[in-house]
Design a binder for this molecule. Sequence first.
Ligand SMILES: Cc1cc2nc3c(=O)[nH]c(=O)nc-3n(C[C@H](O)[C@H](O)[C@H](O)COP(=O)(O)O)c2cc1C
Length: 159
Amino acid sequence: MKFWIMHDTNFGNGKLLAETMSAVCSENHEVRIGDIKKVSVEEIINDMPDVLILGAAIRMFQGGPLSKKWLKKLDNELEKSNKSIRYGAGFITHGLPSNKIQGWVKRYMNKLKKAQNVREIYFPCFTGQVEGQEGPFKDGVLEQAKKFVEEFQNWMQES
Ligand SMILES: Cc1cc2nc3c(=O)[nH]c(=O)nc-3n(C[C@H](O)[C@H](O)[C@H](O)COP(=O)(O)O)c2cc1C
């Protein structure tokens, strides 16, 4: 299958997470990575992946507004071109502890669920906490990310 893993990164943590996930998926699949600020939704639609993993970051108490906007545009353009992406998953990077960000995570996943042209959404969302505001990731996050994509791949195989 063809994967796109998208991130919205300022300090490189989201990109590192995407690369870590890609290292696992690319054993069995064709994987491309992109920054939502640089890769247009048209480019994705031209390439037509089977799988989209969409990353976001919580900044200034907002849960990934750029990623949500990008997703909405993608969904609209998919609709216009009568295409769809079969599988979707999400991840969020954050500075606050996990128990403080669950509201943003839920709202982010609701947006993924609402994107009708990304048909089957995997739950839960992966969340990666950074040290302070800029990172690096807390211990163990990258290992957990590998496990997350392994489980996501198993879920796709079973569905
Ligand atoms: C100006 C600023 C505001 C931030 N606000 C929040 C916040 O409200 N909640 C939170 O959990 N993390 C916050 N963070 C931490 C970001 O989530 C973190 O920098 C980002 O996820 C790291 O990913 P990146 O390196 O891919 O940009 C903030 C960081 C910056 C620089």
